[in-house]
Design a protein around this ligand. Structure first.
Ligand code: NI
Ligand code: MN
Length: 225
């Protein structure tokens, strides 16, 4: 299984014959200027919430690829209204068996409005039960004790926001790693805007001191999970 980081919270996962893409935000991210959004051909797009830095390229990528979008019901309805029909709406606490694996939508503590002001329902995270690996994509979230509910899920890798200001920062992400009982963390949602710029060396040091394996892949870099 492989994962590629594209900046902010945009990540791809290749599992079996399937390509999953999370929270596409490329065009308006100067840090991702070398990434060609037209080259994205996912089979599924998972959307955590409606903010622009998670959905800016959603409709374009969906139209280019025909991917099925997995998201909360309100965003599913919003997409239907924009002419996107290949959508699978879910809600918090629900799971569904897709052809690539099982996805459970879980709580995130944040807000969610679509770029045009339409309501985006509740923000969400995802637990993915994939062949051989269980992953957690936290979405934009504060540290929340709900994460403790995941401690027995045998999560192999977790994508956690670490940029602070809009989401939890590194110190709370380290607590989140303890709540979910997972040592392998991929940091996301940092450096794209002035207020979420981090000192990577300082953050790496904190995670090492906590006994955690933190990966901060470069934009466009692929790593094995
Ligand atoms: Ni957000
Ligand atoms: Mn965000």
């Amino acid at each position: 299984m492989k994962t590629t980081y594209y900046g902010q919270s945009t990540v791809a996962i290749e599992t079996g014959d399937f390509k999953l893409l999370f929270d596409p935000f490329i065009t308006y991210n100067p840090l991702a200027k070398d990434i060609d959004v037209k080259s994205f051909k996912p089979d599924y797009i998972l959307v955590s919430h409606g903010h622009g830095d998670h959905v800016a390229d959603l409709i374009e990528v969906q139209k280019n690829s025909g991917a099925k979008v997995i998201c909360i019901a309100e965003i599913a309805n919003w997409l239907n209204g924009k002419g996107v029909e290949n959508v699978h709406g879910m809600n918090i606490g629900g799971a569904f068996n897709f052809e690539f694996g099982r996805v459970k939508m879980v709580n995130a503590v944040h807000s969610s409005t679509m770029p045009d002001g339409a309501p985006g329902g509740n923000p969400a995270g995802f637990v993915l039960y994939l062949p051989g690996k269980t992953l957690y994509f936290a979405g934009d979230t504060a540290l929340t004790y709900d994460m403790k509910l995941l401690e027995d899920e045998n999560i192999d890798w977790a994508y956690l926001p670490i940029g602070d200001n809009y989401t939890m920062g590194a110190d709370d992400a380290i607590k989140a790693a303890a709540f979910i009982n997972c040592k392998n963390i991929i940091g996301v949602h940092y450096d794209s805007f002035e207020v979420i710029k981090i000192d990577k060396d300082e953050v790496r040091e904190k995670f090492i001191k906590a006994g955690l394996n933190l990966k901060l892949p470069a934009i466009g870099e692929t790593i094995d999970l």
